[in-house]
Design a protein around this ligand. Structure first.
Ligand code: DAT
Ligand code: MG
Length: 140
């Protein structure tokens, strides 16, 4: 299906640094639609579910701790091939090599932190998008 929904999170570094507006601006400028948004503090259970694919990896504990360090903005974003499209807007996981022009390439910093602070999350496929949207927005 060409029209897709994806789950986007502006992580605590993005909210703390006042980048919510800039990140949402890029999503809207691309032509995607905001279906739902919520600013919230995610608890450990939600984050364990959200990051279930990373169970057992050494960065999971610091990642969950980082994601609990402040509020996150959760968004459901819709548009033509929005899952891949948002991943493209976000750029590579590692901010040092994320291309200029991307959210992470332009704005994120890794500066030797114990977990990569790369401003945003975006679902990586149709199955994870459906799972993550149901998790963060059960009423949708
Ligand atoms: P992405 O967010 O690009 O989909 P991912 O799903 O592989 O990347 O990892 C989830 C998050 O975990 C990622 O945004 C940042 C953090 N992370 C990934 N690999 C890491 C590593 N090797 N060391 C520290 N943090 C890492
Ligand atoms: Mg991922």
């Amino acid at each position: 299906p060409a029209t897709q929904r994806t789950l986007v999170l502006v992580k605590p570094d993005g909210v703390r640094r006042g980048l919510v507006g800039e990140i949402v601006r890029r999503i809207e400028a691309k032509g995607y639609t905001l279906v739902a948004t919520e600013l919230r503090e995610a608890d450990e259970a939600l984050l364990a579910e959200h990051y279930a694919e990373h169970a057992g990896k050494p960065f999971l504990t610091p990642l969950v701790e980082f994601m609990r360090s402040g509020p996150v903005l959760a968004l459901v974003v819709e548009g033509h091939r929005a899952i891949e499209g948002f991943r493209s807007l976000a750029g590579a996981t590692d901010p040092t090599v994320a291309l200029p022009g991307t959210i992470r390439g332009d704005l994120a910093r890794d500066w030797g932190l114990k977990v990569i602070q790369n401003l945003v999350h975006g679902s990586d496929g149709e199955e994870s998008a459906a799972r993550e949207i149901a998790l963060w927005f059960p009423a949708l």
